[in-house]
Ligand binder design. Sequence first.
Ligand SMILES: N[C@](CCCC[B-](O)(O)O)(CCN1CCC(O)CC1)C(=O)O
Ligand SMILES: [Mn+2]
Ligand SMILES: [Mn+2]
Length: 305
Amino acid sequence: YCVGIIGAPFSKGQRRDGVQRGPDLIRAAGLVQKLKGQGCIVKDYGNLTFEDIPDDEPVGRVKMPRAVGRANELLAGAVHKVKSDGNTCVMLGGDHSLAIGSISGHAASRNELSVIWVDAHADINTPLTTPTGNIHGQPLSYLIHELHSKIPILPNFSWIKPCIAAKDIVYIGLRDVDPEEHYIMQYLGIKTFSMTDVDRLGIAKVMEQTCEHMFSKVKKPIHLSFDIDALDPSVSPATGTPVAGGLTYREGIYITEHTCQTGLLSAVDMVEVNPKQGRTEDEINSTVTAAVDLLLACFGRVREG
Ligand SMILES: N[C@](CCCC[B-](O)(O)O)(CCN1CCC(O)CC1)C(=O)O
Ligand SMILES: [Mn+2]
Ligand SMILES: [Mn+2]
């Protein structure tokens, strides 16, 4: 596997300080060395630099629009470069608003994508439905063709063009969905595997049906957007919006092992690791270790050795 790593130390899609330290923590845990150790060719493109934007007043409910818009424009360019260089892209966050740039940049180099969104949350609020104004709860709304008419003009967002269809998205791990998001997902007919489905079917069946859905027509490159809060807080407590009843470590690894085996993984986001949300060193280490192990499984690490 040829892997290109981008660090996106960005936190303005939400309110808690610390998530910008995710990229360097994941690197410090040995991600590059471990990927090389399992035979990957790895290029680390370093961290993006996000200029401070003063007076970034909310627009309607939406908070920090100028900073989020600009950061994602930079990220989109960086992801496009990684893809043009022929690598599978690994974007280390940072908060989940970064999926706007990651998916946009990926779509610019691969015109049609399947998106697997692993998350406790749906992250599909529009600027008009968001209960908090935090853009890390909204990224998908800016990217889906069918929602384009629901998105108002926002400063530094004019570069964004919708690039994915609702039918090309599969959710895994949902357990904290806002009522408006639930309506949107149903209205668009988006394929979802909530934690209830994971319990009912088991993770193997979930992945089987995820692939069945994605490959029902043509096989497209996969964009895996993994929010570490999809895992149970007993595994990954150091994150901004933990929700009880999440995926076990093993279920998370099964998802990334299975995604790897499709041979279609083209980009992966690993977001929402926040060391300041960990109460002890152990909690931080457990969260970062899970993030690293999930990524290693994306690139060929298998438990049978
Ligand atoms: N859906 C939330 C959470 C987004 C989480 C983003 B992430 O990237 O971590 O997936 C709001 C969640 N909801 C707000 C009201 C509360 O009572 C319950 C939680 C939002 O802020 O839009
Ligand atoms: Mn989440
Ligand atoms: Mn998320």
